[in-house]
Design a protein around this ligand. Structure first.
Ligand code: HEM
Length: 158
């Protein structure tokens, strides 16, 4: 098979990742200023609805990258291993911080059987303005940029 097909699959995965995860990225920034509970819920639903395309994109990105690398006999090169490590760290931070953070906001939007919100407006505001969203953005964009750097410059080829 022409190795360019693996590159096409890999880059389609990158495009899919940016397209699908872009919704979660935009929601992250929008939530910092949003105070309307119904709109917050809709934004969280929008982010949650992009999870399947995100995983399909990650699968394409990894399949194209790994199989293409093995096929082209350059999979052993250090920049690919480093890219995979940075991707894994980024995903671990997403699971450890981004997902629980959104889960807490979802829970905070709940109402008691009496109809009173579980969390006061002040508590919700503090949660939405939390530094966690900055950590997620810095690690997410940082991880992506480091991977781009490794893909373009391929440092440390030995
Ligand atoms: C290489 C870059 C990135 C990768 C591989 C990545 C991957 C992931 C993964 C696998 C999840 C878990 C999805 C789930 O099962 O619910 C996730 C969640 C999330 N990510 Fe990223 N991410 C990246 C960059 C970013 C960036 C740049 C931002 C924000 C500026 C971001 C914000 C979020 C948020 C807010 C969630 C929670 C989504 C939800 O629960 O609805 N990510 N990410």
């Amino acid at each position: 098979m022409d190795p360019k097909w693996w590159l096409l699959i890999h880059l389609s995965g990158v495009l899919g990742l940016l397209g699908s995860h872009g919704a979660s990225m935009a929601v992250l920034f929008k939530l910092r200023r949003e105070r309307d509970r119904t709109r917050i819920e809709h934004l969280l639903q929008l982010s949650g609805s992009t999870v399947i395309p995100l995983y399909v994109s990650l699968a394409l990105l990894l399949t194209g990258g790994i199989v293409g690398g093995i096929d082209g006999h350059f999979f052993w090169q250090r920049w690919i291993t480093l890219s995979l490590i940075v991707l894994a760290i980024t995903m671990i931070v997403m699971y450890a911080i981004a997902m629980p953070y959104y889960k807490r906001i979802r829970e905070a939007l709940g109402v008691r059987p009496s109809g009173v919100p579980r969390v006061s407006d002040e508590e919700l505001e503090a949660l939405l303005g939390s530094a966690k969203s900055t950590v997620v953005a810095v690690v997410g964009f940082g991880g992506f940029l480091i991977i781009l750097y490794l893909m373009i410059w391929k440092p440390g080829i030995v």
